[in-house]
Design a protein around this ligand. Structure first.
Ligand code: FDP
Length: 323
């Protein structure tokens, strides 16, 4: 059997800016530890609600709190990390370090929390931005996704996998029994065409007209304007839906809807939209707000900003843009 390349050896062979390999190593180790906690479930007291509410008024699960603390603590001890921000924290947390070659790490510690208690896939999403040499405050984090020097996720599913980009393609790693991330995929490429879409259909009546038209076209299949049958998937954890798209193509939509007209969408730009957009673009797909505007070009105005998301197979995102 051929030996698989370890995560840290893979990172070491890349052309990365100073300090970044140490940050990615800590993210890899912490995601491996989170995988063990997720797998322990009820045996390690990881299921159920925490009784707390986060800054976005959402009820936190115990695992949201546990995994958030694991990442905060590990990253605070990593020298090149100058600050962290999390979907589960009110505001940013500077580590007290400043200078050159520093990084800001943003994360959704446990994506797809509604899946925790039913033993369905969940994940961790992370985004790494360069830190400026000045003060580390909220403004320092408000950089467009194009600035990311790395992005990735860990998926805790049938296998635990880590998928990573540093802007030089996308690689995938599988966690072995000894807790090592071993490379099992390189240069992931999303097929341009697809017959699979992912959207929460129960929100249909709240969507804007173009989204309704596009999905109606898919549902009409061979008999409609698209002239081909479509299949639908919805794992209800963005990590798992994006992973499927990276593996075999498809599109994932979480659009604006009329229930909260002032909110651009449900998902968060800084912890979900940007890191997934970098992975999707690096794998040859498109990641947009509306089929046209690239997510990576959005200039953030708020740390916990929401965003509409339409990403996946390039030609299908074009079809969505034309609907
Ligand atoms: P969750 O709220 O369970 O954490 O992050 C938001 C997210 O999950 C995504 O992972 C997922 O794609 C989506 O919300 C699920 O939304 P629905 O509740 O509408 O299915």
């Amino acid at each position: 059997m051929t030996a698989h390349v370890r995560l840290n050896d893979h990172i070491g062979a890349l052309d990365t800016p100073e300090g970044l390999p140490a940050v990615l190593a800590v993210l890899g180790e912490t995601c491996a530890a989170i995988s063990r906690t997720v797998a322990g479930g009820a045996l390690v007291g990881a299921l159920g609600a925490s009784g707390q509410v986060n800054v976005q008024d959402e009820e936190q699960k115990k695992l949201d709190v546990i995994t958030n603390d694991m990442l905060r603590e590990a990253l605070a001890a990593c020298a090149p990390v100058f600050g962290v921000a999390s979907e589960e924290l009110d505001t940013v947390e500077p580590t007290g370090r400043t200078g050159d070659h520093g990084y800001l790490v943003l994360f959704d510690p446990l994506d797809g929390s509604s899946n925790i208690d039913i033993n369905a896939p969940v994940g961790t999403i992370f985004s790494v931005l360069p830190a400026s040499s000045g003060q580390i405050d909220e403004a320092a984090f408000l950089q467009p996704g194009r600035n990311q020097v790395a992005a990735g996720y860990a998926l805790y599913g049938a296998q635990s996998m880590l998928v990573l980009t540093t802007g030089q393609g996308v690689a995938a790693f599988t966690l072995d029994v000894d807790g090592q991330w071993l490379r099992t995929g390189e240069d992931l490429a999303i097929p341009a065409d697809t017959r699979e879409f992912a959207i929460n259909m129960s929100n249909q009546r709240h969507w804007a007209e173009p989204v309704r038209r596009y999905i109606e076209g898919c549902l009409e299949g061979k008999d409609g304007p698209r002239g081909k049958d479509f299949n639908m998937r919805w794992v209800a954890a963005m990590v798992a839906d994006v992973h499927r798209i990276l593996m075999r193509g498809g599109v994932f939509l979480y659009p604006w809807d009329a229930r909260e007209p002032d909110r651009a969408g449900k998902l968060r730009l800084m912890y979900e939209g940007n890191p997934m957009a970098l992975l999707i673009e690096q794998a040859g797909g498109k990641a947009t707000t509306d089929g046209k505007q690239p997510i990576l070009d959005v200039r953030p105005t708020e740390l916990h900003q929401r965003i509409a998301v339409a990403l996946g197979s390039a030609k299908e995102i074009d079809a969505f843009a034309e609907a």
